[in-house]
Design a protein around this ligand. Structure first.
Ligand code: ATP
Ligand code: MG
Length: 242
């Protein structure tokens, strides 16, 4: 049986500009994500990585450009419409609801859906994917470890049933062992057909699981290529791989 995923661009960003007041955070960004890929966006603090994700999910309003998702320009859509179209954003810093249980956090992630039986099945699916969350289903999210909160944040974003997952710094502040566990799960997600745009400061890790990458510097894309090429590129090595 042929299990090859047909390749087409699920997301195409063209000449995207974002300003915060007088600051130009993104300057004519161009970027493509193909269906079934993990694409990573790497860069230093303040390069504009999170802003790129925020522009796609419409947490910030782009000044100009186009964001083509499955063939249509979504740049003027509302944030809830973006979720309904199949794009989920797992934000930097996790942002789980500390005073709600693991289970209720997952339930809230399904807010765009009404099919209760399917929602329950989806929660079960997340528990299979993240056994640590299953054991802690009735625990308040604020009492989870950092790594468990990151797992919950990812699981919650999957509850909207995204085709495209925007993942912002999943490794931030976590111990290497838990980061490896989370990155293994991200790789498995791609295998289930979720396309992933992964923002990371840990370029080495990100390039190990990504298909392609973009390097962002001061609001501009300065380099792009296959992850296998970027990981051995002298400029990337020097600036981002320590
Ligand atoms: N709400 C805001 N108001 C004003 N400026 C902002 C705002 N958010 C971000 N910026 C600025 O925009 C630029 C890009 O920020 P962004 O958060 O996208 O960077 P980043 O690459 O995600 O960095 P980090 O690795 O630290 O998360 C920075 O110069 C930042 O100071
Ligand atoms: Mg950021």
């Amino acid at each position: 049986m042929d299990t090859e995923v047909p390749r087409y661009s699920i997301l195409e960003i063209k000449n995207l500009c974002v300003n915060y007041g007088g600051i130009q955070a993104l300057k004519n960004i161009n970027l493509v994500v193909n269906n079934g890929e993990i694409v990573t966006l790497i860069g230093a603090n303040g390069a504009g990585k999170s802003t790129t994700l925020r522009a796609i999910s419409k947490i910030v309003n782009p000044r100009s450009g186009e964001i083509i998702y499955q063939g249509r320009n979504i740049i003027r859509r509302q944030p809830h419409e973006i979720v309904q179209l199949g794009i989920a954003h797992c934000p930097e810093g996790r942002r789980v609801l500390a005073r709600q249980t693991v289970y209720d956090n997952l339930l809230l992630g399904a807010y765009i859906h009404r099919d209760e039986a399917q929602i329950k099945a989806d929660i079960q699916r997340q528990f299979e994917r993240f056994p640590r969350l299953a054991e802690r289903r009735n625990q308040l999210a604020g009492t989870l470890s950092g790594g468990e909160q990151q797992m919950l944040a990812i699981a919650r974003s999957l509850m909207s049933r995204p085709k495209l997952l925007l993942l912002d710094e999943p490794s931030l502040g976590l111990a290497p062992a838990i980061v490896r566990e989370i990155f293994r799960i991200i790789e498995n997600l791609r295998a289930t057909g979720v396309t992933i745009l992964l923002v990371e400061q840990n370029a080495n890790l990100a390039l190990q699981i990504a298909d392609r990458g973009y390097v962002l510097e001061a609001g501009s894309i300065v380099l792009t290529g296959a992850a296998s090429e970027l990981i051995s590129d002298e400029r990337v090595k020097k600036a981002y791989l320590g």
